[in-house]
Design a protein around this ligand. Structure first.
Ligand code: CP
Ligand code: NVA
Length: 293
């Protein structure tokens, strides 16, 4: 059966642990695997990207495969060809399809009709590849995941949701602080939900934030969001609430002075550059798991 990775729900907890184990092996030796030799992988970007684009392209290459990077506007998708037909056709050429788009339904439709594995490289609702890298970063820092406490402060968005889904699978206790107006609806993961950033950060091993305006948010709302979210800035005072050895996390791109203070982003407790690098290693493990022979 073809396996996809759209939300992270697809993995068992045991599979998640072995994926992270494998990512550490691949990090220790970047040329350890040629699992994609002779295969091509389509990487479709209907939204901008720096980290995801480069880490997937380099990752497929390092596994011996050929990345076919496609911008949305150069595909017939942009002229109305359906995700279904795109999936049916791409499946005839490539061994896997990775996609960054807006509505999550698009990746679901592609996965429904593709005969090869489909990977979600970010939708408005989920960003599971990012959170694999986040978990790898925490695992490196603390030597384990089970029982760690992770606080997320700021806008309730795609990254928040994926932290809740995959955090629960990894045994991480997730605490989310957002203004009520920006809270995620529905929480079946057991995460603590609060409006108080200090409560979320209390005793945490990591304090995480993300942009206040995501790619698919209405740009006109930027000023109102900045005002609403100012008390949720990840700054030194908030980090003080966490453990002495706590790290600051951000999936990037960052806006220093808005959602994260500059001295935290560039300071000694920042793990964000490791987070970015870990995209490469963990996605190689994912590609190997889903597509590699
Ligand atoms: N964190 C992340 O997904 O970055 P990009 O948008 O640059 O890919
Ligand atoms: N929440 C952000 C994540 C960017 C990697 C967005 O969707 O724009």
């Amino acid at each position: 059966m073809t396996r996809h990775f759209l939300t992270g729900e697809e993995l068992t907890s045991a599979e998640l642990v072995s994926l992270l184990d494998r990512a550490l092996e691949l990090k220790a030796d970047r040329s350890a695997s040629s699992a994609l030799e002779g295969s091509s992988v389509a990487l479709v970007f209907e939204r901008p990207s720096t980290r995801t684009r480069v880490s997937f392209e380099v990752g497929v290459h390092e596994l011996g495969g050929h990345p076919v990077v496609l911008r949305g506007d150069e595909l017939q998708l942009s002229r109305g060809e359906s995700p279904r037909d795109t999936a049916l056709v791409l499946s005839r050429f490539v061994a896997g399809i990775a996609l960054r788009t807006g509505p999550h339904e698009v990746v679901e439709e592609v996965a429904e009709h593709a005969s090869v594995p489909v990977i979600n490289m970010l939708t408005r609702e989920h960003h599971p590849c990012q959170v694999l890298a986040d978990l790898l970063t925490l695992r490196e820092r603390f030597g384990r995941l089970d029982g760690l406490r992770l606080a997320y402060v700021g806008d309730g968005n795609n990254v928040t949701r994926s932290l809740m889904v995959l955090g629960a699978k990894a045994g991480v206790e997730v605490a989310v602080a957002t203004p009520a107006r920006l809270a995620l609806s529905g929480n079946s993961t057991g995460a603590l939900m609060t409006e108080d950033p200090a409560e979320a950060a209390e005793g945490a091993h990591a304090v995480y934030t993300d942009v206040w305006l995501s790619m698919d948010d209405d740009a006109d709302a930027a000023d109102a969001r900045r005002e609403l979210l100012a008390p949720y800035r990840l700054d030194a005072a908030l980090l003080e609430r966490a453990r002495d050895d706590a790290v600051a996390l951000h999936c990037l791109p960052a806006h220093p002075g808005d959602e994260i203070a500059s001295d935290v982003l560039y300071g000694p407790r920042s793990a964000v550059w490791d987070q970015a690098e870990n995209r490469l290693h963990v996605q190689k493990a994912l590609l190997e798991f889903l597509i590699g022979s």
